[in-house]
Design a protein around this ligand. Structure first.
Ligand code: ATP
Length: 205
């Protein structure tokens, strides 16, 4: 099994690393953080793809069992999860693959491009993000494909974890820094240093 946590990582924060660690333990496998260079479903990130990638590499270098994956960086155009998982399936053959997603992102799955096809290429592991409860099409999709033992086959199941995640978000980090605050307690050390050095997320007016 190999697991992937995709995100805009604008910036990567302790909540992402904690989530990756919980997933790695639950699935007994390595976790790779996939940077969405061109996220299709949200406002453009504040930091450039190159800056977000540098932050991700710094964070992963200091974290055992977690690596940065540039599979979406190397593609032009929007980073659709179904295309990424298809590419990962080609790369990893018949190995079980798992895409990790928080409940906030999973609740919007019906808006993802060809969302039902995602399970043809991999499993989904859903993490309970504080404040986001499974609902609507996502809840139905989960009930249809619920599978507690994802390791048994290469793709097709959804597992929901019940471990508590950290109440940290990239938007809160950006807002804190823009307001002149110190976000050091929410970020890996190297990430804080890079953000300060490059003046990222500071209000420009
Ligand atoms: P923003 O606040 O800008 O929306 P974010 O903190 O949600 O950013 P993303 O890069 O958009 O970060 O998230 C990537 C993935 O990581 C998503 O699946 C999201 O649900 C998940 N995630 C983000 N923060 C946490 C957290 N604290 N705990 C668990 N999962 C998280």
């Amino acid at each position: 099994m190999i697991a992937f946590l995709g995100g805009t990582f604008d910036p990567v924060h302790n909540g992402h690393l904690h989530a990756a660690g919980v997933a790695a333990e639950a699935l007994s496998c390595p976790v790779r953080l996939v940077l969405s260079a061109h996220p299709p479903h949200r406002a453009p990130p504040e930091a450039s793809a190159e800056q977000r990638w540098a932050l991700l590499e710094l964070a992963c270098a200091a974290e055992a069992g977690v690596d940065a994956d540039d599979v979406e960086m190397r593609r032009v155009g929007p980073s659709y999860t179904v295309d990424t998982l298809r590419a990962l399936r080609l790369r990893h053959g018949g190995e079980p693959l798992c895409w990790i997603v928080g409940t906030d992102a999973f609740n919007d799955i019906h808006a993802w491009r060809r969302w039902r096809e995602v399970l043809e290429f991999g499993h989904l592991l859903v993490l309970p993000r504080p404040g986001a409860v499974l609902e609507g099409a996502a809840l139905k999709f989960y009930r249809e494909h619920r599978c507690p033992d994802l390791e048994r086959c290469p793709a097709g199941g959804i597992r929901l974890l019940d471990e508590a995640m950290l109440p940290v978000s990239a938007s809160a980090v950006r807002a804190l820094i823009a307001g002149g605050g110190d976000a050091g307690h929410l970020l890996p050390q190297g990430v804080t240093a890079y953000i300060r050095r490059h003046g990222l997320y500071a209000r420009s007016d």
